[in-house]
Design a protein around this ligand. Sequence first.
Ligand code: HEC
Length: 160
Amino acid sequence: MMRTYLLGRALWLCLFAAAGFVCFDAAPATAQEEEKPYSITDGKVDWYTYSGYRRYHGECHVCHGPDGLGSSFGPSLVNSLKTLSYDEYLEVVVNGRQNVSQASHRAMPAFGMNPNVMCFVDDIYAYLKARSDGALGRGRPEHGPKPDEARERDNACLGF
Ligand code: HEC
């Protein structure tokens, strides 16, 4: 009897904790509430955002269009990042996505093993976020100098 009671109580607490977690998880910070991952001073973007521009146009624009505007091969990421959170963005880039419900065979490749993408995944996010927020126009942005820490980060990540 006692045992059942304790078990019942423990279970209840468990469910309560789980429900609390689910509630918390069901309402993650919206894309708008996240701190801005880019900065623009005197019309110049920070180095990381510029790096994102370059990497985006190296790896993503063939499908997602120039300047993130979309193409017949992939959706506009300028639009997508108005609603996708950073975590959702990261998940798709790492794992890819195959939209099985659509007749088209277009798919988002998985880039999780590609250092040319993964080393710069935050830079690409910063660039696309700036575009998505309307803070940055089309084309190659003016940018600040490359900080030493960015050089060290790139070399460490790419294994130079
Ligand atoms: C070979 C074409 C192709 C390339 C290259 C590509 N993507 Fe995609 N991507 C797609 C397609 C197609 C979708 C839509 C998948 C779906 O929803 O079924 C997509 C979806 C996405 C989404 C989700 C968009 C949303 O609204 O849910 C993100 C984020 C994304 N791609 C980021 C990137 C990034 C960053 C790169 C470059 C590192 C990249 N993609 C390169 C084809 C591509």
